[in-house]
Ligand binder design. Structure first.
Ligand SMILES: NC(=O)c1ccc[n+]([C@@H]2O[C@H](COP(=O)([O-])OP(=O)(O)OC[C@H]3O[C@@H](n4cnc5c(N)ncnc54)[C@H](O)[C@@H]3O)[C@@H](O)[C@H]2O)c1
Length: 327
């Protein structure tokens, strides 16, 4: 385990509790500030010290984003498979360097886009894939709340919106084709703290991403709108709700078009709620063990989210719509 900060402490908790792995230790130069590692002798300040204690099969990298590349290089060179927290890297170039290092080492690797393991989003994607909404025309995400108050090496686009830029592509089943964005700097930091993105996927679905660190309450909502209604996932509560379009009683075929959509039934689905971070780790264990059903997020997908984030920042700086390479 590398990094025992905000997210690393949760990985450490789950890794120590898992019957599928033996916890070899944790690396953090600042020590175990949250007191999560049961045996203090297992906390060391450098990767070298942990590797010197014996070979490792896998590691979770939860150090600040700008340090992902250095940490991954050191681990994979020692034959260790890695789950790298999202965003994969601070730049597309560093993400490519991570991909090269992993390929050269021949180890397994995945990116921690944990939202893909949220039960509400998994069920949302399944229902959309089964055609519940008919044709989909909009995916809209909202991820706003107060500043987490820790030192950040990147702005809200790379830190938080990478979740959404990955999600819209995963949910819509197509890469992001183009983006137009606006940002705000309200907290006097070097990086932006609010972003609004309007974009389009290669299949023609439009999307909207609304993310900030300056709202007084936390909202985590993803909604997909289609010709038969709307599905809304709340990833804080892991709830999924379907709002059906109302039935049109008249036989006149054009009536729906003339009157627009009306309100129909609302259904809230009962979902099995498992901790997304645990499900993500289990898929990573499966990947390392060579199980064919492992649903790990690939490094290429992680790089795509970083590149889309770069396009968002470029659009916000230039005031122009940015078309992504290869979309
Ligand atoms: N998946 C998610 O929902 C999620 C949530 C939060 C953070 N993250 C990601 O996880 C990473 C860490 O974020 P955080 O919020 O936990 O940060 P944090 O600042 O709370 O913790 C980072 C920890 O890493 C330690 N560290 C720094 N350099 C190190 C090194 N070379 N080796 C080992 N430890 C080192 C620091 O001392 C600190 O304890 C970031 O990439 C972030 O984007 C993901």
């Amino acid at each position: 385990m590398l990094g025992l900060g905000m997210i690393g402490r949760h990985h450490a908790r789950l890794l120590q509790a898992s019957p599928r792995v033996t916890f070899a230790g944790a690396v953090d130069p600042a020590g175990d500030r949250h007191g999560v590692v049961h045996d203090p002798a297992l906390v060391v300040p450098t990767v070298r010290e942990l590797l010197d204690r014996g070979p490792l099969d896998l590691a979770v990298v939860a150090v600040p984003t700008e340090e992902h590349l250095g940490a991954v290089r050191e681990l994979v060179a020692a034959g260790v498979s890695v789950l790298v927290e999202k965003p994969l890297a601070a730049t597309g170039g560093e993400a490519s360097a991570i991909i090269d290092a992993v390929r050269e080492a021949g180890v397994h690797a995945a990116v921690g886009h944990v939202e893909r393991f949220n039960p509400a989003l998994i069920e949302l994607r399944r229902r959309v894939g089964d055609g519940q909404l008919g044709d989909v025309f909009l995916i809209a995400t909202e991820r706003v709340g107060p500043f987490p108050d820790r030192i950040r090496d990147v702005g809200v686009v790379k830190d938080l919106a990478t979740h959404d830029l990955d999600l819209v592509s995963w949910l819509g089943g197509a890469p992001v084709e183009r983006v137009a964005a606006e940002t705000q700097h309200r907290m006097g930091r070097e990086h932006e703290d609010l972003v609004l993105v309007t974009g389009r996927l290669a299949e023609g679905v439009t999307f909207n991403v609304n993310v900030d660190w300056v709202s007084p309450t936390k909202v985590r909502r993803t909604r997909i709108l289609g010709e038969r209604g709307m599905l809304v996932a709340d990833t804080l509560t892991a709830d999924l709700t379907f709002y059906a379009n109302g039935q049109v009683t008249s036989d006149w075929a054009a009536s729906q078009q003339l009157r627009g959509v009306s309100e129909g039934d609302m259904t809230r689905y009962a979902l099995e709620r498992r901790e997304p971070l645990l499900v993500e780790l289990e898929h990573f264990f499966d990947l390392v063990a060579g199980h064919p059903g492992a649903q790990a997020v690939t490094l290429e997908e992680g790089r795509q989210a970083v590149r889309t984030a770069e396009a968002v920042l470029e659009s916000a700086a230039s005031g122009q719509t940015v078309v992504l390479d290869g979309a």
